[in-house]
Write a protein that binds this ligand. Sequence first.
Ligand code: ATP
Length: 302
Amino acid sequence: MKLEIKNVSKKFREKKAVSQFSMELETGQCVGLIGPNGAGKSTLIKIIADILQTDEGEVLLEGKNISKMKREIGYLPQYPNFYEWMTAKETLFFMGQLSGISKKELIRDVPIILAKVGLSDEEDAKIRTFSGGMKQRLGIAQALLHKPAFIVMDEPVSALDPIGRREVLNLIQEIKQETTILLSTHILSDAEEICERFVVIKNGMKIEDTTMLDLISRNSKPVVYLEITHNDKSWVDTVKMLPYVKDAEMTGHKVKITLDDVVKYKNSLIQNALENNVDIIRFEIDKHETLEEIFLKLVVGT
Ligand SMILES: Nc1ncnc2c1ncn2[C@@H]1O[C@H](COP(=O)(O)OP(=O)(O)OP(=O)(O)O)[C@@H](O)[C@H]1O
């Protein structure tokens, strides 16, 4: 399935929240929508979830307007709102019925989804006793209940403490195996942990659409550092002869190798090391800047 966001714009009075924004998302991907506060992430996510209407442009799923394909989209709001006096199970039944799922399906599916988000033991506990991470996991359960092809999540971990954050990130890692995910965040490391592709939004406009590999290749020196268990000078001499190696030098157990192209040849180099029974204990690509710094530059524009 393909989700297409085509030239979407949205204004609130005179404030442009999203401007001429376009991107495509294919089934199986996990995309991080990254931007600072006020960049337009929530607005865009609400447009994709068909909660807000566009002023211009359209969102298509399989070529059809998103409002006709709502069943295929699951939405986790930035601040999921639950009735504190309901139990987890009651909440899912209530929300499932609101979104038109039959009672029979709910009886079958609610226990399955509660198990998936790790809340089976708490199914009869009141929401008021839940931690932030548990509430967010329940929010994910609600978004997945109707088995959508895509799930859009608005800042799913930003408001959580480290424990809740870990719980939810682990859960997203699991659901990513079977559901296509678009999640917004202003914390790069969250997206970096679970997504392969990043779309950066600033002042409502898309300023970058890239992958981790592309970022590394654009921002790294063609140098890798290895630490090996033996002082294997003969391997380093062999490495020097490889066509894609420019230079290799060894200091103690540390080897610095300059390649023609890091992204293209790093795996060949590792393969060569393994074939020569070199025992690697550390492998690192020399980065000019951390990804955090690269994004900061993009969004702050320094
Ligand atoms: N309902 C609204 N009425 C007026 N202005 C709004 C409304 N919703 C959003 N905005 C404005 O639109 C811009 C984009 O807001 P949005 O919430 O989409 O950004 P965001 O990237 O999700 O930010 P945050 O991370 O702070 O949630 C902001 O300037 C915001 O103040």
